[in-house]
Design a protein. Structure first.
Length: 333
């Protein structure tokens, strides 16, 4: 059986560059910070979604090559996770190789929609796929959800790609999650807002701010104006769809500790939340929503004092899905 073109099966794709899924506009990298461009090379939340009719397995031919990859990373086994609906069916482990084929077994009499999460850290480029013992076809498209944020959005400290809060909330809502989370970055760069403005979307979530306390510190007035400007630019391309802003979640060390410009994370969070409310009021934007992040997770749900563990990611997903579920019905039908 011949290999099928993988492109119709790929979900969560923002841009393709010579067959590789990337998460920043390849023609516009020069305006982005170096750390954003580096993280954008990883295909976070990019996955294969297909329907099956009696297939016993699906074979995936792929090439794994991360620019600058260390020898240690080259020896890590490749895990392909098979999901159906909101349930994990199996995990298939492939031996490390630059180019190979992995066979993922499907349940007996397989029917319906399936999702395969490839090993993101190995930056796999999917070269082809095919059904064994039956047929597979690209799954019907779902509403497209752009999620922008930092390492928490990218999914750090979740034990599997499918356990990050955007991936989990996307499954709960039946959305095509496009993860634009950039670890160490996401400080309100307007070039990112312009790129998001140009991407197709049915709903958008913004979840940045914690890296504005450290790394490249912000004052509260600066983050207020940055947030308003970011929202305004995104709205230029998407004036009517639901836009949810999630303020920073708990970060105990930063809550009452001033950064270099004298702002605590609590003060930055307040500034960001006020910016969202003021933006909505000033423009009459009835589809701009705020989800305060401070109390979404507790300290016991932080793996390292900054990033949620699996329980924390699940709690964030439930909160975001709870808000978006009502807004999507009201905002888009």
């Amino acid at each position: 059986m011949s290999w099928l073109d993988p492109r119709p099966f790929l979900c969560g794709v923002a841009w393709l560059e010579e067959g590789r899924a990337v998460r920043a506009d390849p023609s516009d990298l020069g305006r982005l910070p170096w750390d954003t461009g580096q993280r954008a090379a990883l295909p976070i939340s990019v996955r294969l979604e297909f329907t099956a009719e009696g297939a016993q397995a699906v074979q995936i031919r792929y090439r794994a090559s991360v620019p600058g990859q260390t020898d240690a990373l080259r020896t890590v086994a490749h895990c392909f996770a098979l999901w159906q609906n909101s349930g994990l069916i199996s995990e298939t482990i492939a031996e490390p190789a630059e180019e190979t084929v992995v066979t993922v077994a499907l349940p007996p009499g397989a029917r319906g929609r399936f999702t395969v999460h490839p090993p993101e850290a190995q930056s796999p480029v999917i070269l082809g796929l095919r059904g064994i013992g039956g047929t597979i076809a690209p799954a019907p498209p779902q509403p497209r959800w752009l999620v922008h944020g930092d390492s928490i959005t990218e999914g750090w400290w979740s034990t599997r790609p499918a356990h990050s809060w955007p991936a989990t909330a996307g499954r709960m809502l039946g959305l095509d999650t496009v993860n634009l989370g950039y670890a160490g970055a996401a400080r309100g760069e307007l070039a990112t807002a312009e790129q998001m403005s140009a991407l197709p979307a049915d709903v958008i979530t913004l979840a940045f701010g914690t890296n504005c306390w450290t790394g490249v510190p912000c004052s509260a007035p600066l983050l207020y104006e940055t947030t308003r400007a970011f929202i305004a630019v995104v709205r230029q391309g998407h004036p009517r769809i639901p836009l949810l802003v999630l303020s920073p979640v708990l970060r105990p060390e930063a809550e009452r500790t001033p950064n270099r410009l004298g702002a605590t994370l609590a003060e930055l969070r307040t500034a960001m939340e006020r910016a969202v409310l003021d933006s909505g009021e000033a423009t009459g934007d009835g589809r701009l929503f705020l989800l305060p992040g401070r109390d979404l997770i507790g300290a016991s749900q932080l793996a390292d004092g900054v990033h949620p563990d699996d329980e924390g990611h699940a709690a964030m997903a439930a909160a975001v899905a709870g808000v978006l579920r009502t807004k999507l019905v009201r905002g888009t039908g």
